[in-house]
Design a protein around this ligand. Structure first.
Ligand SMILES: [Zn+2]
Length: 271
């Protein structure tokens, strides 16, 4: 498990080393996704820039390079050792087809700080429409799940301007609800004072447990909206992925929920 070995795996796989790491002191590597345009496979090598030693597992994620050349994280980061590195890179590459695409500009969508899944190009800002319209527009187009979308071949249609009344807005809360019609509601009792960490859920299975790297105390729970004082986060989970509700719906590709450490709390399905 040497740093040298890790670097060699990445270089052999055509990754290039970045000069900068805006978030830490580890070496970042990336290369283009083999098929998806504007998508980069990004690996945080976990190798310390200064000492050249391994300080953490390697983290693999996908980023979309938007029109402004900003990189948007379109998948969560998956951590791996040297042994699993090639496999994890392949798995993340495969995850690309489950990432939703903006139907207006075809860019990949990402989860914004607000928790809403939005276009990487933020193309709606150029539409000239007001956000208010979203609440009066009923949606049907977003009912398809990410998987369904992946199964259907992409139609190449020339871009057309949708009349304002029919426009759909990615940031709409209603649209998120309608896309979850077939899924089940899962609820847990999260109470003020609870010591919590985070669990990553993918297709209804726990895929990552952040016990030991994320810790918080629940301050209040106002009809499901949970306010947490996060006291520690040594993981790479960005702030906008942190859970903030005591409810979620099944069938989502990947998301994060609370895990209560201070007492036994279970997530249960409700009718
Ligand atoms: Zn767009």
């Amino acid at each position: 498990m040497t740093a040298l070995q890790r670097k060699a795996i990445l270089i052999k796989d055509k990754f290039i080393c970045h000069k900068k790491n805006g978030k830490g002191n580890t070496l970042i590597f990336s290369r283009n996704h083999p098929t998806a345009k504007f998508v980069r496979v990004v690996v945080d090598s976990g190798i310390d820039k200064t000492t050249g030693k391994i300080v953490s597992k390697a983290g693999v994620k996908l980023c979309y390079v938007n029109r402004q050349k900003s990189w948007r994280e379109i998948t969560g980061q998956v951590f791996t050792t040297n042994t699993g590195l090639v496999k994890t890179i392949k798995a993340q590459e495969a995850a690309e087809k489950f990432v939703k695409t903006c139907k207006h500009c075809k860019a990949k969508k990402f989860t914004a700080k607000t928790g809403n899944v939005v276009c990487s190009n933020a193309c709606w800002t150029a539409w000239g429409g007001k956000k208010k319209g979203a609440s009066t527009t009923k949606k049907s187009s977003q009912k398809t799940t990410a998987q369904k979308k992946a199964a259907t071949p992409k139609k190449k249609k020339p871009q057309k301007v949708t009349p304002k009344s029919q426009r759909t807005y990615p940031a709409s809360k209603k649209s998120q609800k309608s896309s979850q019609k077939k899924s089940q509601k899962i609820v847990a009792e999260i109470l003020p004072g609870d010591l919590v960490t985070v669990e990553e859920i993918e297709f209804d299975k726990i895929t990552n447990d952040f016990t030991g790297s994320i810790l918080g105390v629940v301050m209040k729970n106002t009809t499901g909206a949970v306010v947490v004082n996060w006291t520690a986060n040594t993981s790479d989970l960005p702030e906008w992925d942190m859970p903030y509700t005591d409810t979620y719906h099944t069938g989502r590709r990947r998301h994060y929920r609370f895990k209560v450490l201070s007492r036994k709390v279970e997530w249960t399905k409700v009718a």
